[in-house]
Design a protein around this ligand. Sequence first.
Ligand code: ZN
Ligand code: ZN
Length: 144
Amino acid sequence: VDAAKPFRKTKQREVILEELRRTEDHPTADAVYQRVRKRLPNISLGTVYRNLEILSECGMIRKLDIPGTQKRFDGKTKDHYHVRCSECGRIEDLPGGLIPEIVRHVRDMTDYEVSSHRLELIGLCPECRKQHDPTDGDNSQVGD
Ligand SMILES: [Zn+2]
Ligand SMILES: [Zn+2]
């Protein structure tokens, strides 16, 4: 980080950050724009894009680069993991606790010191599963 160029807090940036932090659905830039616009009607999509880039460069948010889809943004910066639906593209956070185990194994097996990680699991979300197989999940007794 360039100390000569301190991170500037602007109203727009603050609102973008707030909107991202209070959602868990990993919105695209367009979706962020739609939300921010309700509070700042004059903001442009370009401004939202630019600020999202700056915020992710500063490490205040995360950018999720998913090949073949629009970038998504995440207000959570602590290491955590995602599961993505291959059908509708929705992304959810995975519960923590699984990964320290993997990191430990990697260290044992490769001698790497792991400093950060990204992990994405891909599958079908409950909604899409229902559509694929209407009998599955239709059972009201199902509960895990
Ligand atoms: Zn889905
Ligand atoms: Zn996330």
